[in-house]
Design a protein around this ligand. Sequence first.
Ligand code: DSN
Length: 487
Amino acid sequence: MTADSTVTTATAPGAEYADTASAAYRSILQIIESVEPRIAAATRKELADQRDSLKLIASENYASPAALLTMGSWLSDKYAEGTIGHRFYAGCQNVDTVETVAAEHARELFGAPYAYVQPHSGIDANLVAYWAILATRVEAPGLSEAGVKNVNDLSEAQWEELRGKLGNQRLMGMSLDAGGHLTHGFRPNISGKMFHQRSYGTDPKTELLDYDALAAAAREFKPLILVGGYSAYPRRVNFAKLREIADEVGATLMVDMAHFAGLVAGKVFTGDEDPVPHAHVTTTTTHKSLRGPRGGLVLATAEYSDAVDKGCPMVLGGPLSHVMAAKAVALAEARQPAFQAYAQRVADNAKALADGFLKRGARLVTGGTDNHIVLLDVTSFGVTGRQAESALLDSGVVTNRNSIPADPNGAWYTSGIRLGTPALTTRGFGADDFDRVAELIVDVLSNTTPEGTSKAKYKLADGTAERVHAAAAELLDANPLYPGLSL
Ligand code: DSN
């Protein structure tokens, strides 16, 4: 452990009420056990597995016991379709309170004019955003042209014409192999089917976002929606520049900050790197670097807020009120000074991890990182991403394989391993610990060889998994997950 104990405590939410949380979890598990013991056993085992592995999946984290426990309540039993104060069901006064508090925390935390906390996930948040933009920019002018207020007042012919327009708009987002996300216009996803889509990539030499090339492509394609954000790009983005490009071509800028919302909330990304003041609509998940429950939310400017507010019934069904409650708790935590310390350490630790690889001769996509992601090119080790991912898992290191730009092994086997620092930073890992993590990963990959010509099968040299497991256990024991929590 390299951090002083004050900072470490601040990065491990819940340590201060660990005894109470332990008692709560013991009771909960006892109750579950009496109804379906296999679920109680799997729940216990999941904690043990998470405690015992080096979790480097860039999109995962450890939510606080407060946020987790908040989800286990009768708020789950209430239907509340609609929006705050305007529901399609009676008796929603407590859900109104929950949603109001969660939205208030989201607005304050991100400095956004409007927040919508109902989306169940990142894809839901993105669908709400896309349809809110379509409603504002295509549907509303269509209704106005027809002289009606509501789609139900259109004739069959007028409705067909408007549906045709809604389904024939253009969207431009980052390509998957450059680090974009499948909801940013990838054909197998609904976003690639709903929109006429074109991608922007990164510079083939530097692997960095090329804003001039992006601007030129946007000028030619003229998208209705320009999407910023990524899930596997290890660099910061200048959102002021993206907004300039969007304005020039008449696009709405939507930024999906799911991966780096914690760095925005923690004031590591400010100014041009903070998407919220620049984007018309910003979406995020709440469980990645933001460290809350699994879910999504949408932030919007006044121009788009009315349409976003109609996320239900436009795209969503009933909100998950118990999860909105947990979002409120996690967002309240993220407004504490300790969260800023955590967010800064996430970025510092990623740099330490990247430096650890570079000094051991490994190649990183873009040559390094300045966010929470490190994208390791494993081709120099003579293995595919799939082989690397499996050999690392055998050694107690949990990662995910990921495409690299112009990947010779395609999207299934891949040539990269994506690593992220939020989860282990929450456990208290510091820069020296991440240097050691880089050393262990290099040890595993240097001792992994493909079996024949297979892109999946591999052999791990004898003793490697045991050696790395033992070294990982030392790091994990020094930085316990949920310190003080005992079942
Ligand atoms: N599955 C998430 C990730 O790993 O980045 C994105 O949806």
